[in-house]
Design a protein around this ligand. Structure first.
Ligand code: NDP
Length: 333
């Protein structure tokens, strides 16, 4: 028998908001964070679903964390928006300022937003998907903590540095991908350690910088980027563009800022919005559709398709939530 409860989106939101307000978060702040975690749970994007709620207490416990952040939004130029998250959850600042970014991109063809001083951008797809739903191309990225060695190196410098991209499509959900630039997620390595399983070669190095299949050694040592020098370069680009370029911390600086509190990364997030009609005409939209159709038409799945499919099923049948997790969340309210 399944150990899952089935909940509506409204019930899930109520649960998450109740948990976060019970930790002292101001209601709007709690609602922003709850909405992205619930969207992830709804879409079967479980690494960033409600299982993240209990751990938010570590982040909320960081001495710099603000439960009622005072967001500061500055239109630096017509195309550039600077948002200070005031040491609350980053998604609160990002989602709050998104309408202003959308308006700028629609007026100018391209705009970007730098969200600084926020804890944990969570999954990035809700931001870029919201841009695509507004008819824009979206790109987002952030550094994390320096758990990752550069290809060819032995010492961690880079973060797990995720990047998300969304492309609007006529009459159907957007094309969206969203993943970290590491060979495997840190949570997957921790799961292998907990289950006493070895991990594949290429996921990480031990504390002496030697390749290993022991997950505990990787967690004590360092993770590896995906795709060798290519993933390493992408992660480096993200360090630069969502770090120093926009006045944010590098992954190494963010890890130092944590000072052992085990909070989620305090980092900046770069969000770029582009109007796809800026330089194109209607035939270009058809060309984009033909290209995407040539991928899905041969049975290769498009990223985002699994999630959008699950969304439909869960909106119809209810959103699964593990009973044990439900009890754990209730205990924190
Ligand atoms: P995955 O390696 O699981 O990759 C997920 C992406 O790849 C999704 O877009 C997924 O689409 C797509 N995908 C997966 N399998 C296939 C396939 N066979 N064919 C085509 N597309 C596929 O992601 P990660 O574990 O690296 O990251 C998970 C989440 O963690 C992301 O949301 C990321 O933003 C988040 N994260 C956030 C961090 C932060 O600091 N903010 C740090 C690190 C990660 P679909 O969704 O449809 O399955």
């Amino acid at each position: 028998m399944s150990d899952d409860l089935r909940m509506t989106e409204a019930e899930l939101m109520q649960l998450a908001v109740d948990f976060l307000t019970a930790q002292g978060l101001e209601r709007g702040h709690a609602t922003s964070m709850a909405s992205v975690l619930c969207a992830a749970q709804r879409d079967g994007s479980l690494s960033h679903g409600l299982q993240r709620l209990p751990g938010t207490r570590d982040t909320i416990g960081h001495p710099a964390f603000q439960k009622a952040p005072q967001l500061r939004v500055e239109q630096v130029t017509p195309a550039v928006l600077k948002v200070d998250a005031d040491y609350g959850f980053a998604v609160h600042a990002t989602m709050s300022a998104l309408p202003q970014l959308i308006a700028s991109a629609k007026a100018l063809g391209i705009a970007f937003m730098a969200v600084r001083n926020g804890f944990h951008s969570t999954a990035l797809w809700p931001v870029v998907e919201a841009l695509a739903e507004a008819g824009l191309v979206g790109l987002s990225m952030n550094p994390t903590h320096d758990w990752v060695v550069p290809a060819g190196g032995t010492k961690p410098v880079l973060g797990t540095n995720p990047m998300a991209f969304a492309w609007p499509r006529p009459g159907q959900p957007p094309y969206v991908f969203d993943f970290a630039t590491t060979a495997a997620a840190r949570a997957d390595i921790a799961m292998a350690r907990n289950e006493g399983r070895a991990i594949p070669e290429g996921w990480g190095l031990d504390p002496e910088g030697q390749p290993t299949t022991d997950p505990a050694a990787v967690l004590a040592g360092a993770m590896l980027p995906f795709g060798g020098h290519k993933g390493s370069a992408l992660a480096t680009m993200i360090e630069l563009m969502a770090g120093p370029m926009i006045g944010g911390l590098t992954s190494a600086a963010s890890a130092r800022f944590d000072e052992g509190h085990k909070a989620a990364p305090c980092h900046a997030e770069l969000v770029i919005a582009i109007d796809p009609k800026l330089l194109s005409d209607p035939s270009d939209e058809a060309a984009a559709e033909a290209m995407l159709g040539a991928i899905s038409g041969q049975g290769a799945r498009l990223p985002g398709a699994r999630r959008h499919g699950l969304r439909d099923v869960h909106q119809r049948d209810g959103i699964p939530l593990r009973h044990a997790l439900y009890e754990q969340i209730l205990a924190g309210i």
